[in-house]
Design a protein around this ligand. Structure first.
Ligand SMILES: [Zn+2]
Length: 195
């Protein structure tokens, strides 16, 4: 039984629908297999995307930032295109889910590579701020997963490729790891890739 869609995933599907309409109105091609996430951020949310190498504060390295007030997303320029696409989608997720409704104070989100892979809030006794951070990371990742790998498209392509992760990842222009996490989430079995 596949899991029910979470609110972040439902929101991402709504954003894709909106993008399809807006792209069409502008005469831009729209394809749910390789969504142009940078163009989507610009057209739908007026968000600019900058790529900066060595994105760090002090010792800490980051994969992506969102400054909601400045309408700016910054991603690590040296990361592979697959990771940059995911980071942009993740920051758009923070913008839509956490910045626009202002459910949390602060308009700046700074996300590490580890944050981009958080798919469950760890059990334990973290501080309230830590738990909120983890919950928001999980939500941004679910949003990004649905935005870049929409469930209907994944299910269709899953049949075509026989569930081969490498082929699926190539179709959606994402990393094999992101594809595996997405297939797990959708309850679709796959053979773990050799790494
Ligand atoms: Zn984040």
């Amino acid at each position: 039984m596949p899991p029910l869609r979470s609110l972040p995933e439902i929101k991402a599907l709504e954003v894709l629908q909106q993008a399809r309409a807006e792209f069409g109105a502008l005469g831009e091609p729209f394809d749910t297999y390789t969504v142009d996430v940078e163009l989507l951020a610009a057209i739908l949310f007026d968000l600019g995307v900058q790529q900066v190498p060595e994105l760090r504060v002090g010792e800490r390295e980051y994969a992506g930032f969102l400054d909601g007030d400045a309408k700016l997303v910054v991603v690590e320029a040296t990361h592979h295109e697959h990771r940059r696409r995911f980071s942009i989608a993740h920051e758009v997720g923070h913008f839509v889910l956490h910045y626009l409704p202002r459910t949390a104070p602060g308009g700046v989100f700074a996300c590490t590579s580890q944050d981009m892979e958080t798919n469950a809030v760890p059990a334990g006794t973290g501080s309230a701020a830590r738990l909120r951070h983890c919950r928001q990371e999980v939500e941004a990742n679910q949003f990004a997963g649905e935005l870049l790998m929409p469930e209907p498209s994944v299910r269709a392509m899953y049949k075509v490729t026989g569930g081969q992760v490498v082929k699926l990842a190539r179709h959606f222009n994402v990393s094999s790891r992101a594809m595996e996490i997405r297939l797990e989430r959708l309850g679709l079995p796959f053979a773990a890739s050799l790494r």
